[in-house]
Ligand binder design. Structure first.
Ligand code: GDP
Length: 335
């Protein structure tokens, strides 16, 4: 039985987002604004006029607040003045690769800071008497190199990367504060992509290279582990899932995925095909330095719980996702 309030039917209130300039944060801000919500977001520095930096989107209508996720104590004044009904924590170090370069910062920004945020929200809620609903963007990296696929909310949490370990701390802390009485939920997000995906992620690296190679503007694409199998979904669908989870009648943990997985090589084949290149092997090198110390062989999510409890399912399949990203990168080259 579905137990969510239809997100489109909930009258606009006030939402506060971390990670508001990222892929998910920018889509969520646009969606909330279009439904009459007042949207506040945490940024490291005020938006600058000028061209958009890869992975940084500034949305008209968002109230930006300068702050630092690594110092959650500064959040208290912001949360008291904004007085949000909803807080979405989408910020932090979002790349597994980067977490191997900066493991301590990852633990601090994507892990310990969430403990600080939860405590701050708890204190604000106690002082004002107004409920705050909290949604943490958890990650499939919690499950590490899971023994079985698909993974569900019951799969043991055994991360194999500094990113996964940091996200596991945050995930457990949400459970602790939920036990204390907070409306705190998690979305255990599998890889989700879009035309706003920064090029440090493999999908965008592949689609932008395929477009550039087809246009004669790039010769080669160097990749790491082509055999990794991932469950890739469409980011706006995953933002809709997080919105629905935040509006559910009870707080809980939900896997957000498509239930279908493909290898990195499948992604390469599909992207090159979309630009009219069948002999992709001519253009792709394997560079071992791009492989990670440990990398899960397959990640695939079981979406039974979110489908039945929150009424969510993905709307964009793998081929549509690849085609949309490639079309966008071709259009950028034509500008
Ligand atoms: P992640 O799952 O959040 O780390 O997302 P990524 O898009 O960075 O990586 C997805 C998968 O692609 C991982 O298994 C990577 O090891 C694999 N992969 C293979 N080659 C590359 C590459 O050149 N860059 C990145 N980022 N990932 C790669």
């Amino acid at each position: 039985m579905s137990d969510f309030r239809d997100v489109r039917a909930v009258a606009g209130g006030t939402a506060f987002l971390t990670g508001v300039t990222g892929q998910d944060g920018s889509y969520l801000a646009e969606s909330l604004l279009s439904r009459g919500w007042e949207v506040h977001g945490l940024v490291r520095q005020r938006p600058q006029a000028g061209p958009t930096v890869d992975g940084e989107m500034f949305i008209d209508g968002v109230h930006y607040h300068v702050g630092d996720l690594a110092k959650p104590s500064g959040l208290e004044a912001i949360l008291r003045s904004v007085a949000p009904e909803l807080v979405f924590n989408l910020g932090g170090i979002s790349s597994v690769y980067q977490s191997w370069q900066e493991p301590y910062d990852t633990a601090l920004i994507s892990g310990a800071s969430v403990v600080g945020m939860l405590e701050t929200m708890w204190q604000v809620q106690q002082a004002t008497g107004k409920q705050i609903r909290f949604l943490q963007a958890s990650s499939a990296e919690l499950f590490g190199d899971a023994e079985f696929s698909p993974q569900s909310e019951e799969t043991p949490i055994r991360p194999v990367s500094p990113y996964g370990a940091a996200k596991a701390l945050a995930h457990h802390a949400v459970g602790v504060y939920r036990g204390r009485g907070m409306f705190a939920s998690t979305a255990i997000l599998y890889n989700h992509e879009s035309v706003r995906r920064p090029s440090k992620f493999v999908t965008r690296k592949i689609t932008s290279a395929a477009a550039a190679i087809a246009a004669g503007k790039q010769d080669k694409l160097s990749l790491g582990n082509l055999a990794a199998v991932r469950d890739w979904g469409w980011a706006p669908d995953y933002v809709d899932a997080m919105d629905r989870i935040a509006h559910a009648s009870e707080p809980d943990d939900f896997v957000v995925a498509t239930g279908i997985s493909h290898s990195v090589q499948d992604f390469v084949v599909a992207a090159f095909k979309a630009v009219g290149i069948e002999d992709w092997q001519r253009y792709v090198d394997v560079d071992e330095s791009l492989s990670r110390p440990t990398d899960a062989s397959e990640m695939r999510g079981d979406i039974s719980k979110i489908s039945s409890r929150v009424g969510w399912k993905p709307t964009v399949d793998f081929d549509e996702l690849v085609a949309a990203m490639v079309r966008h990168d071709q259009a950028l080259l034509a500008e």
